[in-house]
Every structure is written in C-alpha cells, then in structure tokens.
Design a protein around this ligand. Structure first.
Ligand code: SF4
Length: 350
C-alpha cells in the first residue's frame, strides 16, 4: 500500500502550472491544514506503507511535524519505506532539511524546472539556476543519498544550446533521478493567456521532441536509464512510488486535490466514487505501457482475469502499433511510441 499527501500551498503560482495549488496562504491556514491532514492520517487503518509521497504545491511551506508525528505514532513507515518530499529550491535550508530527516524522509525531489536564468524568470520561478544548484548540493550535504530534480522541456524561447547546457549542468550535480516533463499548455495559466494574446510562441512539436532527445542522450551518457516516459534514474533509484501507481497498485490520497485508488474506490479531494471491477482492472493494467517494463498480456491475464476476454482484441491492437514502429517486443514503447503514448493508451480505455 502507498500513501500520497498533497500540500496545496505555493509562494507564487508559476506561469505554466495547473496543479492544485495556490499562492497567498497564511501561516494559520497552513497550520490548520496540517492538523487536519494529521488527523486523517491518525484515522488510517494500521499498515506499513511501502511508499509515502508528499507533493504539492510546496509541502515544506508547512510545519510538517504534526503530520510526521501522526505517521510515526500510527507506525505507518518503516526503514524500508521510500519516503519522498517535493521541495522548492527556496525551501532548502538547515531547519527544513532537519525537520524532514527527523520525520523519516529519505528521498528528495527538487523542483528545478530549468538551469537557465532567463527561462526561470519567464516561468515565474523565484530562484536562479545557481540557487537551484546550491539547493541540490545542500540537500546532498545534509545526507540525503536519494535525490533528484524535475525539469521542463519545450519552454518557449529555449535554444538548443541553453537546453543542452541545462541538461549538462543537471547531470553534473550527481543526481539519482531526473524527471523531464514536456511542457503542456494548460488552460487558464499565465502561459496559456500569453500564447492566446500572441505574446509567446510555443515551440513546434519537432523542436520540443528534439529537446527530449537531448535530455535522453545526456542522461544516458551520465548513466541514467529512461524507466518511464518522463523519468530517468540511475540503477536502483527509480521512484518506487510512481512505479507502484503505474503498476496498478493501491494508493491512498490525502489532502485537497489528492487522488487515491483503493480497491474499486477512487478518491479525489476526499470525494469517493466507485468504478466497476472491469473499469478498475483496465485502469490498473494499461499504464504499465508508460514504463520500460512495458505491457505484458500474460501478466494482465494472471493479475486481472476479468480482462481475459479482451486480450485477443488488445493483442491485435498492440500488434498494429508494433507494425507502425511504435511498440517493440511484447510490448514496450519505441522512442517514436513514447511521443504518442497517450493516444495509444486511449485505444485501451474505450
Ligand atoms: S510548479 Fe510547483 S511551485 Fe510552481 S505553482 Fe506549480 S506547484 Fe507551485
């Protein structure tokens, strides 16, 4: 079982971001939120989570001690639990890292997004490239042996040189993990508004994909393998939490905007809905296609017998994509397939 806890507070809203988070919260509101989260955690059924992930927003804007206390008192984490917290570079200071270590956190995901100052400025980030690098080094110096960063490819105006330089500077940090997300123009963000007003021109698909290729090449040279469309890791440093989600495991979601999946029940921001056993099985089975492990029809038949009648049709569809050069073996995405994974997946969701 896995646990995701969402903290929807940010210093400012970044230009591209449509995640459930907002700026301008008061310390009292954040305190109250954490007390509520702690009480929800204290009410969980006893278990030891395989992974715990605090995402946001910027979780470290909060005093997380009551939440950590609830986890400890309930015995929800062990030495084997992968316990990740997302950090903003400006969160990184001695007191915060000390709070995380005492709370049992053993993995840090630092939201860097770019290592080019002009890009960071136009993204609305509040830190420079060298501040982000210093933050990562500080995380390491504090003894976090498992740490990585997030980057965004395809930002308007990013030149090939500056993107390559971002990737090289990133790998020079000695990361364990690197997520490289393709920019998505999310509706109602500042980026979306600027594009609609003609103030910003998005890169073409080819230009954006060329940056993903550069990322893959630089990370491969540095010893990283791409274990999911947007995620690269050194051997053994894959994010176990995200892998659990893609492999179809259960996870509890706590907090505003958090999603959860336990049995047939789905939660979003605490609101429960129930899916049918077949819908449940499809959802759990197909997202393995995003990973380097790929989608195994034998595994699907073994784990979700309810899907056995669908397998001949799925095999036909998969073989069709294989002939198009989008899949290889039985069945993993080819580099071309990763570019259109979402549309391949949509064929299985109908
Ligand atoms: S990208 Fe991160 S820091 Fe920026 S608004 Fe979104 S959640 Fe907040």
């Amino acid at each position: 079982m896995n646990l995701y806890v969402h903290f929807p507070f940010c210093r400012v809203k970044c230009a591209y971001c449509a995640l459930h988070s907002s700026a301008g919260s008061t310390p009292a509101a954040r305190r109250e939120y954490c007390v509520r989260i702690a009480s929800e955690i204290a009410a969980l059924q006893p278990c030891v989570f395989s992974t715990i992930y605090f995402g946001g927003g910027s979780p470290a804007l909060c005093d997380l001690v009551p939440v950590f206390d609830a986890i400890r008192e309930r015995g929800l984490a062990s030495a084997e639990t992968e316990f990740t917290v997302e950090l903003h570079p400006l969160d990184v200071c001695h007191d915060v890292l000390d709070m995380l270590k005492r709370g049992g956190v053993n993995r840090i995901s630092l939201g860097v997004q770019s290592l080019d100052d002009d890009t960071l400025k136009s993204m609305g980030r509040l830190h420079t490239a060298s501040e982000a690098e210093a933050a990562f080094r500080f995380v390491r110096a504090a003894g976090f042996v498992n740490a990585g960063i997030d980057l965004i490819a395809g930002w308007p105006g990013t030149t090939d040189e500056s993107w390559r330089s971002t990737m090289k500077r990133a790998t020079a940090l000695g990361l364990d993990h690197c997520s490289v997300y393709s920019l998505i123009r999310e509706p109602k963000t500042r980026l979306d508004l600027a594009v609609r007003r003609g103030k910003v021109l998005l890169p073409s698909d080819d230009e954006a994909l060329a940056q993903i290729d550069v990322a893959r090449e630089v990370l491969a040279d540095a010893g990283f393998s791409r274990y999911e469309i947007s995620n690269y890791a050194r051997p053994g440093r894959e994010c176990r939490h995200n892998l659990a989600v893609w492999r179809g495991e259960d996870y509890i979601g706590i907090g505003e905007g958090a999603h959860g999946r336990v049995g047939l029940v789905r939660t979003e921001s605490g609101v429960e809905t129930t899916v049918t056993p077949e819908e449940d099985a499809v959802e759990r089975a197909i997202f393995a296609l995003r990973t380097s492990e790929g989608l195994s029809l034998e595994r699907i038949a073994r784990m979700w017998p309810i899907l056995v009648p669908r397998i001949p049709a799925w095999r036909e569809t998969l073989e069709f994509f294989k002939r198009q050069g989008l899949l290889q073996d039985a069945y993993r995405l080819t580099p071309r397939g990763t570019e259109v994974c979402d549309s391949i997946l949509s064929d299985f969701l109908v």
